[in-house]
Design a protein around this ligand. Structure first.
Ligand code: GLP
Length: 230
């Protein structure tokens, strides 16, 4: 694991975007796994700026998002689909056909998850951007998720539902998420974490037992993990 400790959120977003831009310049048709949440917003703002300055080109980039609430209408203001188009995809020249998002409206969620896994197998993720939940979840792999887990429908923990209850009229209790096994199969992972709320989860990433009770701890064994924190 490589660790970069920075002084504040702005620095974290700057360092992360420099690294992502560097990877994009090395491989124009890079496959990037994107995360949602508040943490990567600064990184996405910087990527949009870099695109506007002509420093990066998204025309050959392929994307896979980590997760989506279920059920969730794509057009809902709280869907991760809307988040991604509002904060990144709608502001750069990524091709719609190269964007992969789990469909929170899929009737057959089992097929949706299998198809997603197949698509990732065909276009393996070069660079996965990750945040972490206060309880150690990655994507929506809540405590109890296995290292070998793949894309599937999951129950959100009471803690996550409670934290989301301020944003939703009725907070969703389920989600579709890439599994931990899916995430670990990415060639490179950039994990971003800021603030005291994440300290306990990050403690378990750094030391102690690697285990399902704190999913972020599974990342410790990844061959190419860059952890940027403030
Ligand atoms: C959500 C997402 C995760 C994200 C986490 C942290 O639950 N499913 O992918 O990493 O929350 O969010 P934040 O960055 O807002 O703290």
């Amino acid at each position: 694991m490589e660790i970069i400790k920075v002084k504040n959120y702005k620095e974290m977003s700057r360092v992360a975007s420099e690294i992502v831009v560097g990877e994009m310049l090395k491989k124009g048709d890079i496959v990037i796994g994107f995360a949602t949440g508040a943490t990567p917003l600064g990184l996405y703002r910087n990527l949009v700026k870099a695109y506007k300055k002509g420093e990066v080109d998204f025309s050959k980039v392929k994307s896979f998002n980590l997760d989506e609430y279920y059920p969730m209408k794509g057009g809902d203001k709280n869907s991760y689909r809307r988040y991604m188009f509002r904060n990144l995809f709608g502001r750069v020249n990524i091709k719609r056909g190269n964007v992969n998002l789990l469909d929170g409206e899929a009737r057959d969620f089992g097929k949706e998850c299998l198809d997603y896994e197949k698509a990732i197998k065909k276009s393996p993720i070069d660079l996965q951007i990750l945040g972490v939940g206060a309880n150690g979840h990655i994507g929506f792999n809540e405590p109890g998720s296995l290292k070998s887990s793949r894309t599937r429908l999951v129950d959100l923990s009471d803690d996550t539902v409670k934290r989301n209850s301020g944003i939703f009229w009725k907070a969703p209790r389920k989600a579709l998420t890439m599994g931990i096994g899916t995430i670990l199969s990415s060639k490179k992972i950039i994990l971003l974490a800021s603030g005291k709320a994440k300290a306990r989860a990050i403690g378990r990433l750094m030391k102690g037992k690697v285990g399902a009770d704190c999913p972020v701890s599974f990342l410790r064994k990844h061959k190419n993990l860059l952890f940027i924190s403030c």
